[in-house]
Design a protein around this ligand. Structure first.
Ligand SMILES: CC(=O)SCCNC(=O)CCNC(=O)[C@H](O)C(C)(C)COP(=O)(O)OP(=O)(O)OC[C@H]1O[C@@H](n2cnc3c(N)ncnc32)[C@H](O)[C@@H]1OP(=O)(O)O
Ligand SMILES: CC(C)C(=O)C(=O)O
Ligand SMILES: [Mg+2]
Length: 519
C-alpha cells in the first residue's frame, strides 16, 4: 500500500473562490481543523499578496503543529522571500514556487519564451532551496502545454532541487486518461526512481477533478492537492473528502492509503461552509445533506433489511450521524413502519394502512415529514378510532372585515351530509358546521394548536376536549393546514363520543344524539 499525501489548499486556492475572504481567526481555526484531520501539508496562503495574508501564514506557521506548512510564491525573488519570512516559525516548512507551461500563458500572460521560463524556474527553485530543503514546483496549465516542454521543465526543476513536482491542470481541461498518461510519462521519464513526489492539482471545470486526481494516483502520483468541499477558483479544486474516501473505500483498487482522520471530515466541511458562505449542495458526495439519506421506498426497504444494499460506507466513518430514512413522497410502508417502531408504536396491518394513507396524503401536499410529525399523525384521529364520521370536504372563508363561513361535507352513517355555518372565526364556523353535520352538540372544553416541529412549515397539531353531559372525549388532528387539523381533532373526539370510546358512559350514536343534541 502506498502512502498518498494530502496537500490541503483550502486556505490558498480554496480562498481564491470568487467572493471569499477569510479572516485571520477563521483561517487559524480552519488550519487547526486541518491538523486534526491530519492532512500532510497545509498550503496556508500566498504571502506576497499583502500584510494581512502574510500575517495569516505566519500565525498558522507559528501555531499549527503537525502538518508541513506551505506558502506559495511566483518565480520572483520577492515572493520567495516573503514566503520564507512568513514560514519562519513553522516546524516543517515548504515553499511552493510556480510558473506556467502552456503557450497561451507564456505568450500572453508572462510574455516569456520557453527558454526564459526554463532559466527562471531553475534559478527560482535554487533560490527557494536556500530557505528550506522542502521545495515544491508547479507549472500552470500543463494539460494545454507542449508535452516535451513540460517534461524538460520538470526535469530542470528536479535538478534545481525541487522535492515535489506538482502537475496542475489549472483549467480543468484534461480527461482522466490524458492526465493519467501524462503523470505516467513524468513518473517514468522525469522522476526515474529519484526521491521526488509527483503531485496532482486538478480543477473541476468539466467535473473531472476527482477522477483526474485518482487517475494520477494510478499512474505514480503520491500527493493530491485538494480543498474541503472542493472550493476554489471557478468550478473549484479536487474535493478532499471525495479523494480521501475514494482511496479508502476502493483501497482494494488503488492499493494506497491516506493518513486522514476521516471522522473529522464532516465537521471540517461544515466549518468551511460556514466561514466561506459557500453552501454545500445537498447531493454533494460525502458531505451533502442527502449523501447518506434514502427517500425511495425500494431503497429504504433494502437499507432496513441490510444497509449494504445501498450504502458503500458508513456515515459514522466521515463523522456524520447514521444514514437517515427520509419520510417523503417516494417512501413505502417499510420505512413508515420502521419509523413508527423507532417511536415505540406497534401497529397492526389495518392501522398501518390507515396511517400510511394519511401519511401519503400529507407528504404529497407538504413534502417530507419528520419522525415527530409522524408521531402526531399516528396519535391523531385516523388510526385508533372507529369512524362514524369522516371528513370528506372542508371549505372556509375568513379575513379581516369578513364574516367567517365554513362548509363541511361528512361521510356519516346516514350518507354524505353537507352543512354550512357562520362563526366568530374560521375554527368556530367549522365547529358549528361540524356539530350540525354530526347531529349533536358537545361543548368545547379545550382547544390547543401547536406546530409539531416548531416551524411555519411544520404540521399543525390540534388537541380538543369535547364534553357531552358528563362524558369527556379528547381528539387529535394533524394537517399542514391548522383549520383542517382543527376539524379533524373535533371529529376524532366526536367519533369517540359517538362510538363509546370516551372516558366514561359508553353510549351508542342514537343515545348520544338523543341525549346530547342541544339543539
Ligand atoms: C493558478 C493560480 O491559482 S495562481 C495563484 C493565483 N492567486 C492570486 O493571484 C492571489 C494573490 N494575488 C495577488 O495578491 C496579486 O495578484 C499579486 C500580489 C500576486 C500580484 O499583484 P500585481 O503586482 O498587482 O499584479 P497582477 O495581479 O495585476 O498581475 C500578475 C502579475 O504576475 C505575473 N505572474 C503570474 N504568474 C506568475 C508566475 N508564476 N511567476 C512570475 N510572474 C507571474 C503576471 O505576468 C503579472 O505580471 P505583470 O504585472 O508584469 O504583467
Ligand atoms: C498555483 C498553481 C499550483 C495552481 O493553483 C494551479 O495551477 O491551479
Ligand atoms: Mg489551482
Amino acid at each position: 500500500m502506498r502512502h498518498i499525501r494530502i496537500f490541503d489548499t483550502t486556505l490558498r486556492d480554496g480562498e481564491q473562490s470568487p467572493g471569499v475572504a477569510l479572516s485571520l481567526q477563521q483561517k487559524l481555526e480552519i488550519a487547526h481543523g486541518l491538523a486534526r484531520l491530519n492532512v500532510d501539508i497545509i498550503e496556508a496562503g500566498f504571502p506576497v499578496n499583502g500584510a494581512s495574508e502574510f500575517e495569516c501564514v505566519s500565525r498558522i506557521a507559528a501555531e499549527v503543529k503537525g502538518p508541513v506548512i506551505c506558502a506559495l510564491a511566483r518565480t520572483h525573488k520577492l515572493d520567495i522571500e516573503r514566503a520564507a519570512a512568513a514560514l519562519e516559525k513553522a516546524e516543517k516548512k515548504r515553499i511552493h514556487v510556480f510558473t506556467s507551461a502552456s503557450r497561451v500563458h507564456l505568450e500572453y500572460m508572462l510574455r516569456k519564451t520557453p527558454e526564459e521560463i526554463l532559466e527562471i524556474s531553475d534559478a527560482m527553485v535554487r533560490y527557494a532551496r536556500q530557505f528550506t530543503d522542502d521545495v515544491e514546483f508547479s507549472a500552470q496549465d500543463v494539460m494545454r502545454a507542449d508535452i516535451d516542454f513540460v517534461l524538460r521543465l520538470y526535469e530542470a526543476a528536479i535538478n534545481a532541487g525541487a522535492t515535489t513536482i506538482n502537475i496542475p491542470d489549472t483549467t480543468g481541461y484534461g480527461t482522466p486518461q490524458e492526465y493519467g498518461a501524462l503523470i505516467r510519462r513524468i513518473h517514468e521519464e522525469v522522476v526515474r526512481g529519484r526521491d521526488v513526489h509527483i503531485s496532482a492539482h486538478c480543477h473541476d471545470d468539466l467535473g473531472m477533478a476527482t477522477a483526474n486526481s485518482l487517475a494520477a494516483v494510478e499512474n505514480g502520483a503520491t500527493q493530491i492537492e485538494c480543498t474541503i468541499n472542493g472550493i476554489g477558483e471557478r468550478a473549484g479544486n479536487t474535493s478532499l473528502e471525495e479523494v480521501v474516501m475514494a482511496l479508502y473505500v476502493r483501497r482494494d483498487h488503488y492499493k494506497a492509503y491516506t493518513q486522514i482522520n476521516t471522522r473529522e471530515l464532516y465537521r471540517m466541511s461544515r466549518m468551511v461552509e460556514r466561514y466561506t458562505g459557500m453552501v454545500v449542495p445537498p447531493n454533494k458526495a460525502i458531505v451533502g445533506d442527502n449523501a447518506f439519506a434514502h427517500e425511495s421506498g425500494i431503497h429504504q426497504d433494502g437499507v432496513i433489511k441490510n444497509k449494504e444494499t445501498y450504502e458503500i460506507m458508513n456515515a459514522e466513518l466521515v463523522g456524520r450521524q447514521p444514514a437517515v430514512l427520509v419520510l417523503g413522497k417516494h417512501s413505502g410502508r417499510a420505512a413508515v413502519k420502521k419509523a413508527l417502531a423507532d417511536l415505540g408504536y406497534k401497529l397492526d396491518d389495518a392501522q398501518l394502512g390507515a396511517v400510511f394513507a394519511r401519511f401519503r396524503e400529507i407528504v404529497e401536499r407538504k413534502g417530507p415529514i419528520e419522525a415527530e410529525e409522524l408521531r402526531a399523525l399516528v396519535e391523531s384521529e385516523s388510526v385508533s378510532t372507529p369512524h362514524l364520521f369522516r371528513l370528506e370536504r372542508l371549505q372556509f372563508f375568513s379575513g379581516y372585515g369578513m364574516l367567517p363561513t365554513a362548509t363541511v361535507s361528512l361521510e356519516t352513517p346516514k350518507g354524505l351530509v353537507t352543512t354550512t355555518a357562520i362563526g366568530d372565526g374560521p375554527v368556530d364556523a367549522v365547529y358549528k358546521a361540524l356539530s350540525e353535520a354530526i347531529g349533536f352538540k358537545p361543548e368545547l372544553e379545550l382547544y390547543r394548536v401547536e406546530a409539531v416541529t416548531g416551524t411555519t412549515e411544520a404540521l399543525g397539531e390540534v388537541t380538543v376536549k369535547l364534553k357531552l353531559g358528563e362524558v369527556l372525549a379528547t381528539g387529535h388532528g394533524v394537517s399542514p393546514d391548522i383549520i383542517e387539523a382543527s376539524a379533524r381533532a373535533y371529529l376524532d373526539a366526536a367519533n369517540k363520543l359517538a362510538t363509546g370510546q370516551s372516558a366514561r358512559h359508553p353510549k351508542s350514536l342514537e343515545e348520544v344524539q338523543r341525549s346530547g343534541l342541544g339543539k
